[in-house]
Design a protein around this ligand. Sequence first.
Ligand code: NAP
Length: 486
Amino acid sequence: MLNTQLANTELFQQAAFIDGAFVQAASCKNIEVRNPANDELIGFVPNCDAHETRQAIDSAQQAQKHWAKRAAIERANILLNWYDLIMSAQEDLACLLTAEQGKPLPEARGEIAYGASFIRWFAEECRRASGQIIPTFQNDKRLLVMRQPIGVVGAITPWNFPNAMITRKVAPALAAGCAVVLKPAAQTPYSALALAVLAQQAGLPAGLFSVVTGDAAPIGNELTSNPIVRKLTFTGSTAVGAKLYAACAPTIKKVSLELGGNAPFIVFDDADIDAAVEGGLIAKFRNNGQTCVCANRIYVQAGIYDAFLQKLTARLAKEKTGNGFEAGVAFGPLIDQAALEKVEEHIADAVAKGAKVELGGKRHQLGGTFFEPTVLSNSLDTMLIAREETFGPVAPIFRFESEEEVIKRANDSEYGLASYFYSKDLARCFRVSEALDYGMVGVNSGIISTEVAPFGGVKLSGIGREGASTGLEEFEELKYVCMGGI
Ligand code: NAP
């Protein structure tokens, strides 16, 4: 079916990409990929294991040695070619993404542009990756600091942003002079493989970017234990991130982890309520609530609680749920049955503890993994929904009285990725931004992600940052050179 939808059918590859070639698994085993909107079979990808992962790592090691020696502008030019090819293929890439992930087509187009923005950004950044000359401690010595690529990188990415979570890692790694072996999520391999097709067309030499599809455990085990891999970069759940972190310890790899969140979204009495409703809708319901920066707990000050609740519910009731390919659809399906059950569990627990369902609250009449956009009032901090990431279209609304109280409640989480608040009081904006124990704060904004700013979390939400100039440093080592006898 996808073949008839794509202008360039070459982008739809049912093969792993290793050392510059599209290949099948040595075991000849395949895994199915299905469309979460209708459970239709999209196609197959090879079930690769440690054998193919080792091949990819070995070819990455060879290719990286030459790549690291290329001038920054040469690397940048190839990355810019890649950026152009992606933007030219935006419609096809969005189509692939919606088919395997379910998000509405306009949102998928947005993700392609967002993903590509990291490639352009790091193409620019690598040309400014200057080292340092440090004032000397002895007159006959000169002290230099060089920034060098770390080498071969293992990358593991999730299904919720099948394109952008890859480019955020691969672009800075390649720009820094590294090579990458990627394991994409099982549900969404085709977006990754399409990126590989375009990278090759852009002139990226073989071996620098391989995509190994297949079961997570054997591939992950090879990426974490193989001493040639010097860095592991992972986006996904905290539980898996913690396992990978431990698995990287024996070979002392550098590690970046972008993990789960439990974002508070705070609306103060002095906020512009309409702006807060719009910001809340975006922060909560983008990708049907399946983003790591999704607002998970919406705290509203007592004076505007009823007004906010009424406006948010009325606004949400207008949005359409359906197949992401249909015009006018704002919310697609959830990724799988387990995601649906988690949402149901959170709602059932909240209702049992006194929450009131203001909108939605049950499976959508469309069936499958579609769920009604839901608003819960009278939410309490003791509910599961306040403690765990829901990863679905449920907005639980909590009431609060004072700034001090809400900061304490907002920070009472083991996670620390994104946070948001709405207020028109400038002093409060500074105070609360400083007090929130999170890696990112959106002030009067429900959208914070951009390639130019450092994205990442604290506590169980991870280590390291993606984007910004820091994103490049994650793939570099500093080398200190002390030159004597001068
Ligand atoms: P997940 O289960 O941790 O999976 C993420 C990736 O890890 C997938 O490629 C998965 O492969 C792989 N994986 C699973 N078990 C593995 C193992 N034992 N060894 C090696 N790899 C393994 O996470 P998810 O449920 O797909 O993604 C949602 C989570 O990601 C949420 O918690 C969300 O907050 C987080 N997330 C964080 C960010 C951020 O930037 N902080 C961004 C997006 C998402 P398979 O698909 O083959 O199982």
